[in-house]
Design a protein. Structure first.
Length: 269
């Protein structure tokens, strides 16, 4: 009896559904079939020969910008990656070219005052201080920090030189004197470096601005009140550098007074 119960077949709890009908061959496409349908059909050997014979040499994808050939972009990127660091002369020429472009775009400052030049000097000085790493155990005025700030110091020097030359070329003599004193103040606010040789750029800025101011005084005779103001400010600038002494002497000669009389006049004012 037990054997008959064990051999009794067990009924399935869930019935297996009937198989679904197969999808037709035209309805199912593989991934490669889809790609082939999107790509243009490959030409036959005869079509290849006719197309190559009728068409001329393949044109390059390079294009011209403002009448100048741009060259191969990939080749330019490769040259930039393998290019050595720029020398001091190349860096000065590069910054000068940028300022010349800026001068052509911003010529309205000659009639609207020196506010633009003052903002430009402030920006260049700010870039110098931003480039100096302050998270250091040692001094942040050493040779390492000087190398970090060097490109921005050169940009500051070139800015002082180029804008002064533009004012001289436009014969804005009083604006040259004002720009000199403004740039003199911003130059005095540049960082003092530990090594004396690293302060050469600062002295160079003083020398350039003194030359511009002396040239302007040789072509311009300021009024009495303006002359007293300029002389007072030049005396204050002398505390930072002695390069302005020839300008002081030239201004005193124009106003017809010596050092003692001018000092008395400044005390009375």
């Amino acid at each position: 009896m037990a054997t008959a119960a064990a051999c009794q077949p067990r009924r399935a709890l869930v019935e297996i559904p009937a198989p679904q009908p197969k999808i037709e061959a035209g309805m199912r496409r593989s991934y490669l079939d889809i790609l082939r349908s999107r790509s243009p059909p490959s030409p036959t050997p005869r079509e290849k020969n006719t197309s190559t014979s009728n068409t001329g040499p393949a044109q390059s994808l390079d294009f011209a910008i403002d009448g100048e050939w741009s060259g191969n972009v990939a080749q330019c990127k490769k040259m930039d990656e393998s290019q050595a660091p720029m020398s001091e002369r190349q860096l000065v020429q590069f910054i000068r070219s940028l300022i010349l472009v800026e001068q052509r775009q911003e010529t309205r400052f000659l009639t609207s005052g020196l506010k633009y030049l003052q903002d430009d000097l402030q920006l260049k000085k700010t870039n110098v201080y931003r480039s100096i790493p302050y998270s250091r155990f040692g001094s942040n005025r050493d040779a390492h920090c000087y190398r970090k700030a060097y490109p921005h110091l050169v940009a500051f020097k070139v800015t002082c030189q180029e804008w002064g030359q533009v004012l001289l070329q436009n014969k804005e003599w009083d604006a040259v004197l004002e720009h000199t004193l403004l740039a003199w103040r911003y130059t005095s606010e540049l960082p003092q470096w530990d090594m004396a040789s690293h302060n050469t750029l600062r002295d160079r800025c003083y020398s350039i601005m003194a030359t511009h101011s002396l040239t302007a005084l040789q072509h311009h005779c300021p009024g009495l009140r303006r002359g007293h103001e300029l002389l007072r400010r030049m005396k204050m600038a002398q505390l930072h550098s002695q390069s302005i002494v020839p300008c002081i002497h030239e201004l005193q000669r124009i106003m017809g007074c010596d050092d003692n009389s001018m000092d008395l006049q400044l005390l009375e004012d």
